[in-house]
Design a protein around this ligand. Sequence first.
Ligand SMILES: [Zn+2]
Length: 433
Amino acid sequence: MKKKKIETKIDDNLPADKYTKVSVSLMNALASGEFGALESLLNNDVRTVCCGHRTMKGKTRTMNYWRGWRQRYVETSIVTSFEVVRSNYYSHACLKTDNTIVMFQIGGDLVSAIILSAVKTSEYVDDDKLNYPLDVERIKQYLEPLPTTDDEGTPIDTTNRMPCLHCGIESSDLLWYKSTRPGFFNRNWNIGQVSVCPQCGLIVEYKHVKTTELETDKNKWVGPKRPNNGNEYSAIASKIYSERMIELLDEERTSTFVSYLLSQLTDVEVESACTLELRMPKKTGCGDNSHLSIRYPNGEKTEDIIYNLIVKPTEMAAWQLYLLKNIAAVLPYYWHGGYNRCTYIFQESDIDGIVPLKFHDLSELSAQDLFVPSVEKTIKNGQCCTMLVRCCHWNDWNGLVKEEVSIMIENGHCVSYERTTVDLFKYNCGLWY
Ligand SMILES: [Zn+2]
């Protein structure tokens, strides 16, 4: 049998640090069979933890294990591709292949633990080792000591589980809890096992066990609130996407809504001979969204509204164009139009309304100011300027997404709108309707 070629890939934007280096070394060793470079990065006491199975202690056993792993999976072409990616779970590079992830604990310059785990051990999102970890302060009200056996009476084993990736404490020496948290839309309970490092105070592992019906109102969350730290863009956004006005919107009130919308726009206006119109979603077929359009004096209309407005060459104008472009995501919809629904993050406290994110440690994203919108003038050249709009949103089928839009304004009009996205927290509610 001819062996398949091994594909290797290194994600762009990884830092040139020791975690990236060892991830790449392990990938190259598994692809080529040359383990020398990897071996030189390992501490003599290094251990390899195969989560849920066993732990190999010492450099010799670790090297034998990985050589054996290559024989079992790579030489047999069971595994044919590897990728070095960032794991938000521990904020460093890791090696990934299919549903397997390899992470590292590095003390000083050398690797002291190699952890092999499933990316996800269940379909439940908080189980995902690429996503941001849970925050102990946010979930502590749902924790109780972990029983020694599960509901079926099988002993719960806390050995050979994920060690603390920061300080290296073994799984059996961590603090273990049973977690019973409200799930998607607060309609059920997610029951899982949680380990917390007594030294670092951080959540090490979350393992989803099962989902049960919600019986009580234990879902009244009393954890820390995230700050209302909006800026001028957040303030105008909450007016343009006014929840109160959207709630009142129906077929009879579309022109009231449009007048309201126009009264909130400060740096963007409709040309005097044209009119802005709103059509509510059609309640036929398998789904529709609300549609904003501009009608020309000749009666024709376009939904490309952003190119048909008079726009000031300002950051605020770019922001208002962005809000208008995306408004359908917050307006009324019909059936499958709901897949496009987004919750925009205009200030950090908006995260508190998103159940799947509510319990996570997102301080890294907060420190990058990703939870408040920003607009930056990047190029100014005579009558032409380019603005970079940055804003995050949540969608139940995509998770938390960072959107960056480059908007070019020339002679009072928007002439280009280019969008790129980065997934910050992958999520899919799994509900197809
Ligand atoms: Zn620790």
